[in-house]
Design a protein. Structure first.
Length: 131
């Protein structure tokens, strides 16, 4: 493997897209120019972001620089996790099995269902009246 300045991965979840760069470093995670602790306040979302690094035992080996746009905070956390997992596969092909087993390489394809005509939301209809 030749020396490279950084490793790139794109992650997606709902309507969020995360562009992730892994740079050899101390383990800092920067999202949209700020530390991820400021942007992602919920503990379970922070755990989801760190999951690929924990699964491949590479905590503290790489700095993660990420730009994420679209979606809400939950979708953005999932997109960052997906992007980190894809970038880790670029770093080391052997980590693919561990990431696949943890389910981190599969894109979560669930999207919001469209609103149907005559209904209030995608499936909610007005209450049926007999008389």
């Amino acid at each position: 493997m030749e020396k490279q300045a950084y490793f790139y991965g794109t992650g997606r979840r709902k309507t969020a897209v995360a562009r992730v760069k892994l740079v050899p470093g101390t383990g800092a995670i920067i999202v949209n120019g700020v530390p991820y602790e400021e942007l992602i306040t919920r503990v379970e979302l922070r755990r989801r972001v760190l999951q690929p690094l924990v699964a491949t035992e590479s905590m503290g080996k790489y700095n993660v620089i990420c730009k994420v746009e679209g979606g809400g905070i939950s979708a953005q956390g999932g997109a960052i996790s997906h992007g980190i997992a894809r970038a880790l596969v670029v770093v080391d092909e052997k980590s693919k099995d561990a990431l696949r087993k943890a389910g981190l390489l599969t894109r979560d394809s669930r999207e919001k269902e469209r609103k149907k005509p005559g209904l209030k939301r995608a499936r909610k209809a007005t209450q049926y009246t007999k008389r």
